[in-house]
Write a protein that binds this ligand. Structure first.
Ligand SMILES: [Fe+2]
Ligand SMILES: [Fe+2]
Length: 306
């Protein structure tokens, strides 16, 4: 049963029928062909025009998607994100190999028709296979394979709004480029004076690593894999792939340092694979397994603490 009501007493309401609904909404907002970073000078974009366009996506969004963003924008506070990060970086929930984690994620059953929907495993393999077909380095393929493993947060009973959704910095002013920005009026952080300036509690140019991002599958997986053999470019893709206000809208540049700006191109290079590689063709796991066994062994061998 989908809950649209505003007086929801369920602590973990599920407004989206499936996590894919959020990603389908992203595809409406960022149609294929408009490559990320194609607006070379982000500042050249007319902010008023942008706002109008966003209003259209907001107007046309399904009620479930709207409700999802309402919850996300209302409850993602600096205090909440810090507490979740502290809790989940203990990594004391499960120990699994990457394959086991993929299979575990695959047990996430959405309410939508399972016959027409691709599984989480399919999305991961379709992403990594397209990256491989395009001749990218092995670390890039590996990143595609694991980038959404953080969605196992749902299986640890975290609500949807704390697992998926566009991510954004906390402790500073919410950018107008965040979809459904008006919902931030209900966020307690909107009433904290210290958080209302562009830099908020941060120093200009401090670097995104210093910034507390809204909590979700990106930030979580980053903490799980940050000490692996993956290069920084891969870690950026994992950590910021849902940070649309930055990698598609050019906001929050004031918080970035040189390393962030250098890696932005990798986050942008990854985005089309995340958004546009869904096909109805199911990857042949049996055929692919030997290649991926090798790949996993190279970058994230053995049991990983989640
Ligand atoms: Fe994701
Ligand atoms: Fe994804």
């Amino acid at each position: 049963m989908v809950q649209h009501g505003t007086e929801n007493t369920d602590p973990n309401p599920k407004p989206l029928e499936s996590l894919d609904e959020w990603e389908d909404h992203l595809k409406d907002r960022y149609p294929e062909g408009e490559a990320p970073g194609s607006a070379k000078d982000f500042k050249a974009t007319d902010p008023n025009k942008k706002r109008e366009e966003f209003r259209d996506y907001e107007k046309d969004a399904r009620p479930t998607v709207r409700e999802f963003y309402r919850l996300n924008h209302t409850y993602q506070t600096l205090e909440f994100a810090r507490a979740k990060r502290e809790d989940f970086t203990r990594r004391n929930r499960r120990e699994m190999t990457i394959w086991e984690a993929m299979e575990f994620l695959n047990t996430l059953v959405d309410d939508s028709d399972p016959d027409t929907d691709l599984s989480q495993l399919d999305h991961l393999l379709q992403t990594s296979e397209q990256i491989r077909r395009d001749g990218h380095p092995r670390w890039f393929v590996m990143t595609g394979l694991i980038h959404d493993l953080g969605k196992i947060l749902c299986l640890f009973d975290e609500p949807q709004w704390a697992v998926v959704g566009d991510t954004f910095p906390l402790g500073c002013r919410f950018s107008d480029t965040i979809v459904f920005a008006p919902f931030f009026d209900a966020n307690p952080d909107s009433k904290v004076d210290e958080y209302q300036s562009e830099n908020g509690i941060y120093e200009e140019g401090c670097g995104l690593d210093q910034v507390t991002m809204s909590w979700g599958h990106d930030e979580y997986l980053y903490h799980v894999v940050k000490d692996s053999n993956l290069p920084d470019s891969a870690l950026y893709m994992i950590r910021y792939h849902s940070f649309y206000p930055w990698h598609r809208e050019g906001a929050y540049m004031n918080l970035t340092n040189e390393k962030d700006r250098e890696n932005l191109k990798w986050v942008q290079a990854f985005n089309p694979y995340d958004l546009y590689t869904k096909s109805h063709e199911q990857p042949n796991l049996k055929e692919l397994k030997p290649y991926y066994d090798d790949l996993i062994n190279e970058f994230l061998p053995g049991k990983i603490r989640f």
